[in-house]
Design a protein around this ligand. Structure first.
Ligand code: ADP
Length: 504
């Protein structure tokens, strides 16, 4: 049997094509059914993190542009919300199919603007984003109500209605997946959306919005770009925005809640994490070594909210797991994100690179702490924000290196003797997004699942969120859940109770 290999352009050709696409999109937003320049006409630079060049100027929206986009979404709302859910689902399915046809150019554009490696992150992310949109397209039939027993001569029922215009604000680390995590449930449920991309990564989102627009009615899904204070804040505060869904930092998440307070607007927040990954002495160490690397999201430069950044290893397996993990990390190929061989790309920006460096230097200066691998810029890559995968031991639990989310390729290692001690330390954090335990002991596994204070818990694996499984945090990691049926019903609809007294 012969298989046909997909055509893969050289990194140079892939970059040229992605650059041309970036320039075509420059300065524009997708509002009211078409790509156009927003009224303010201002721009912000988008950088390629792999070579520090500006690849395009993206639209830099302000409050006036935001109002213009929100009004377009409001105009589209009555017809979209009244459209049979079956038809909305059908349109979203067709939109997802169109995205699938454009998957490869989308992945290349993403690699260019985010620095994420095409092979290990961008292609899988595009596939997951399409899967998520397909998933929500298929959920239209779940937008149903209930009937309730009430008094004789009455008929009582509960229906679900959309909320109106949704304001969605996303970060740069997984732009397409997070775009679909917002658009999918919001649109399927009959809301219209204005989505603000992150200033560092507006282009893939804009191109995806353009593709959706081939199928969706004008004004239903709008994508704008700009800075947080200038565009995100007015979007969240706009009186016509009746729901805010946000993914980003904890600090901004709290601000979003303040913006929403005055208009009593519901909010979904997907915030940061500092998640524990605990390895017992009976675990399958083969699985553990790859699980620690996957869990740390090293092939995404550690730029993931759910990354397992605090790794607790039982003292009996500590040395072996550490030495094998260090050896495996040494083999990771760091470099040009568009090169098929690259497994780890660049950190998103100079600011983030400096932040990662500052935390590692803080650890280096901490008595008792030891950098076991990495801890420096990648050798031979002087341009671009390439940082080596870094493991550090001996950092006190009270150090900011341990308490703060670094959002870079930096994991901390801790040795423990008994499970309760590890569990106690794992829970000793303000965050509560994810957590994993590696063991062959079923009772230990279930006890961990019961006691860990986190919203996304795994045993003997450390995968990312997938369509269908509720994902969201405890404590400072957020409010609400995404990626699931419940998240559509609970976060993007309102229930209405109706009692009809038909007399008798
Ligand atoms: P990160 O640290 O990952 O960049 P941020 O929370 O700073 O996370 O940004 C996530 C998103 O929130 C981005 O789209 C950003 O522009 C937006 N944002 C930042 N500050 C504000 C703000 N004050 N109001 C609304 N949105 C904001």
């Amino acid at each position: 049997m012969s298989t046909v290999e997909p055509f893969r352009p050289t990194p140079g050709a892939a970059k040229t094509a992605a650059l041309a696409e970036a320039r075509r999109l420059a300065g524009q937003v997708l509002v009211d059914g078409r790509l156009q320049c927003p009224p303010s006409g201002r721009a912000l630079p988008v950088e390629n993190p792999a070579d520090e060049t500006v690849i395009a100027e993206a639209a830099r929206c302000d409050a006036r542009d935001v109002a213009w986009a929100v009004e377009a979404a409001q105009r589209a709302y009555p017809a979209w919300s009244r459209r049979p859910a079956r038809e909305r689902g059908d349109l979203l399915r067709r939109a997802a199919d169109r995205l699938a046809q454009e998957a490869e150019p989308l992945a290349r554009l993403m690699a260019l603007e985010t620095g994420n490696a095409l092979a290990t992150q961008c292609r899988p992310e595009v596939a997951s984003a399409i899967e998520l949109l397909h998933f929500y397209a298929g959920l239209w039939s779940e937008l149903k109500g209930r009937t309730l027993p009430w008094d004789p001569g009455t008929f009582a029922y509960v229906t679900r209605e959309p909320l109106g215009v949704v304001g969605a604000i996303i970060p740069w680390n997984a732009p397409l997946l997070l775009m679909m995590a917002k658009l999918g449930p919001a649109l399927a449920a009959g809301n219209t959306v204005v989505l603000k991309s992150a200033e560092q990564a507006p282009l893939t989102v804009l191109r995806a919005a353009e593709i959706l627009q081939e199928v969706l009615p004008p004004g239903v899904a709008n994508a704008i770009s700009g800075y947080g204070e200038e565009a995100g804040k007015p979007l969240a505060e706009h009186p016509l925005v009746r729901k805010i869904t946000f993914t980003g930092s904890c600090a901004v998440g709290k601000q979003i809640l303040h913006y929403a307070a005055d208009k009593l607007c519901p909010v979904t927040l997907e915030l940061g994490g500092k998640s524990p990954n605990i390895v017992m002495d009976d675990a399958d160490l083969e699985q553990v070594v790859s699980g620690v690397i996957v869990g740390m999201r090293f092939t995404r430069q550690g730029q993931s909210c759910s990354a397992g950044t605090r790794i607790y290893l039982h003292e009996k397996v500590y040395e072996e797991v550490v030495s094998r993990t260090v050896a495996e990390l040494g083999k990771l190929r760091i470099g040009d994100p568009l090169d098929e061989q690259t497994q780890m790309g660049a950190i998103i920006s100079r600011e983030q690179f400096d932040r990662v460096t500052a935390y590692v230097e803080m650890a280096r200066a901490t008595p008792g702490a030891r950098i076991l691998c990495g801890g420096r810029r990648a050798a031979g890559l002087e341009k671009g924000y390439f940082y080596t995968p870094t493991l550090i031991e001996g950092v006190p639990h009270t150090s900011p290196v341990c308490t703060d989310e670094i959002f870079g390729p930096v994991a901390l290692l801790y040795r423990f003797r008994d499970f309760d001690e590890a569990l106690h330390l794992a829970n000793k954090t303000d965050f509560g997004l994810a957590g994993a335990l590696w063991t062959r002991d079923l009772s230990r596994a279930l006890s961990f699942a019961e006691k860990i204070q986190a919203g996304f818990v795994q045993v003997n694996q450390y995968a990312g969120p997938r369509a269908g499984l509720s994902y969201g945090g405890y404590k400072m990691s957020g409010l609400g859940r995404e990626y699931s049926l419940e998240s559509m019903l609970e976060h993007f609809t309102l229930t209405k109770t109706v009692i009809v007294n038909y007399g008798s």
